[in-house]
Write a protein that binds this ligand. Structure first.
Ligand code: CP3
Length: 354
């Protein structure tokens, strides 16, 4: 077993003292990096990149090689591996985002949905093991999954980012059918994340990218309750260390108090909330991860420094902050601007850890 040389990220998630605020970026391996685009071209398609452990390892390590101050690596994969393994026929059309050949709208199709054999997802666990060994203890590796609600939006609608009218109609007219999808998906996510932990993931994150589209009551019933159930069934320690869990509902800052009681160790925040106010609302019960607007990275190094300093000052003194973007980095980000953000976090955060 390799010795972990930088555990700042894991310590911050557990709200333990660190010398500075650790940082990583959602989608840190991606199209804003020319080296990513080159590897993706070699792989042929996005799913071929995910399914080949060596390619997945190469792209996971690219941002770490470019930015030596990053404090965590994230498995290179996608949340849509689960619906793909459930047989829905995933494809990525150039410039259009993910699409599914089959959707779950008919009662008969929904009732046939079962937890897939984890062997269908073995390529993900192989990538985790290969990445862990290539990291050789440099920084911790994050595993991840989509939330049942977010995965269900893709499975029912067939694509993302819609107005969610088909799945919301189901939620109100046939909640039994939606609960069957969510329960089956939650059981799948539990097995999937625990297999990632077995393979070497040192922290896990649940992406609830579309939770913010729900009403208050619907969020609790259709999204939060299933994430709670998952968290309660996760493996809590590996290699003698705790495996912290981050829960991220994009657009979910209205519900931070309920999220803080979910069993998650940390909550991801998007940029709509002031992180200092979020901290006082949750009373240091959990760590917070976030929350720079990714659009800031399209500006200038001076503007980026200023926004980074503001977030650090708003969080204030003490432990329990992991710096991140409020959502994935955009493909139009100049790579040197991401570097300016990472450097600024180190430069301005030490004063809050004395
Ligand atoms: O963060 C990382 O570096 C790890 C890799 C990662 C990807 N997707 C790679 C990816 C992670 C953690 C994800 C999660 C993911 N995927 C989410 C949750 C986070 C979020 O953004 O809200 C969602 C909703 C998806 C679904 C998905 N995958 C979409 C909507 C798209 C297309 C849109 C886009 O940004 O291109 C993808 C494709 C995808 N996943 C790419 C990458 C690097 C781009 C594919 C390409 O190379 O063409």
């Amino acid at each position: 077993m390799q010795v972990l040389q930088n555990d700042t990220f894991l310590k911050a998630l557990m709200r333990q003292p660190t010398d500075y605020t650790p940082v990583w970026m959602m989608r840190q391996a991606g199209r804003y990096l020319p080296e990513y685009k080159a590897t993706r071209k070699d792989a042929g398609s996005f799913m071929d990149l995910c399914k080949n452990a060596q390619f997945a390892t190469d792209v996971t390590l690219q941002p770490l090689d470019r930015y030596p101050l990053l404090d965590a690596a994230i498995l290179f994969s996608d949340i849509l591996t689960i619906p793909d393994a459930m047989g829905l026929g995933l494809s990525f059309e150039a410039g259009e985002g993910p699409r599914f050949k089959r959707t779950l709208q008919q009662e008969a199709d929904i009732k046939k949905l079962v937890v897939p054999d984890m062997a269908e997802l073995q390529y993900v666990f192989n990538a985790v093991t290969t990445i862990r060994s290539a990291l050789n203890g440099r920084v911790p590796l994050i595993g991840f999954s989509g939330s049942p609600w977010t995965l269900a939006t893709y499975m029912v609608e067939g694509k993302g980012g819609t107005d969610f009218l088909t799945i919301k109609k189901m939620a109100y007219a046939r909640p039994d059918l939606l609960h069957h999808i969510l329960e089956t998906t939650a059981q799948t996510v539990i097995q999937y994340l625990n297999a990632q932990i077995d393979a070497g993931a040192q922290a896990v994150m649940i992406f609830d990218s579309w939770g913010g589209a729900l009403s208050h009551n619907a969020y609790i019933e259709f999204s939060l309750n299933y994430m709670k159930k998952i968290i309660a069934s996760l493996t809590k320690t590996a290699d003698g260390r705790q495996v912290p869990c981050v829960m991220f509902t994009k657009g979910g800052a209205l519900w931070l108090e309920a999220q803080a009681a979910s069993g998650a160790d940390a909550l991801g925040l998007d940029w709509t909330v002031d992180i200092g106010q979020a901290r006082s609302r949750i009373g240091d019960k959990v760590a917070l991860q976030g929350n720079l607007d990714p659009a800031v990275l399209l500006s200038t190094p001076e503007a980026i420094e200023k926004e980074v300093a503001n977030i650090l000052a708003s969080y204030g003194h003490g432990n329990g902050h992991v710096f991140n973007l409020g959502h994935g980095i955009t493909q139009w980000t100049p790579p040197e601007n991401a570097g300016a953000m990472i450097d600024a976090v180190r430069k301005y955060s030490k004063q809050y850890h004395t």
